[in-house]
Write a protein that binds this ligand. Structure first.
Ligand code: ZN
Length: 82
């Protein structure tokens, strides 16, 4: 499998200067439930600071959300796993 070169364009300001970073991202699932996904590969816009996720990262996070959405926890902290 080849390393993908993903070209990300900031959806807020249109900049092509997106820097890939490993970061901890909070997701508010509903009023009472917050998910923090640690160690997530994200793209950060160098001009406006917008954070974007690649489709494959979004899919992994969707899978985590589906897994935890029926639990009663108010705060979940998961480690990102591709
Ligand atoms: Zn931007």
């Amino acid at each position: 499998m080849n390393m993908q070169t993903i070209k990300m364009i900031c959806h807020r300001c249109g900049s092509e200067q997106m820097e890939e970073q490993i970061t901890d991202l909070p997701f508010k699932l509903d009023i009472h439930k917050i998910l923090i996904v640690k160690h997530t590969p994200a793209f950060v816009c160098e001009s406006c600071g917008e954070i974007m996720l690649s489709d494959s990262v979004m899919e992994s996070i969707d899978a985590i959300i589906r897994k935890i959405e029926k639990t009663d926890y108010e705060l979940e902290v998961m480690r990102f796993a591709a």
